[in-house]
Design a protein. Structure first.
Length: 100
């Protein structure tokens, strides 16, 4: 039951972050560098913030990754907490919609 509840909460989270309130909350986290900075040296020098992204919208396909808007690359996160989350909890389109 706990696993099913966690998966449901994660999928609800993926929908919530696409709303205006969710985008505002994620903007705050992005500006505070909660998800880290890009590991590439040219981006790292600029302290370029990254956003979480999923490589699949389906559960249990891959863990969360981070997307750098400057170099447009996807990396494994440095945070073990973020790396342990399912990528579907953020979805494949969140990071791209965030910058519209």
């Amino acid at each position: 039951v706990e696993t099913a509840a966690q998966m449901l909460y994660g999928l609800i989270h993926a929908r919530f972050i696409l709303t205006s309130r969710g985008m505002a909350a994620m903007l705050d986290k992005y500006q505070r560098l909660v998800y880290g900075i890009c590991p590439l040296s040219q981006c790292e020098a600029l302290k370029q913030a990254v956003l979480p992204i999923g490589l699949s919208d389906l559960l249990r396909q891959s863990t969360a990754k981070v997307f750098c808007p400057a170099c447009r690359e996807v990396f494994c996160p440095r945070s073990s907490k973020l790396e342990a989350l399912d990528g579907a909890y953020f979805g494949t389109s969140f990071a791209h919609l965030f910058f519209l």
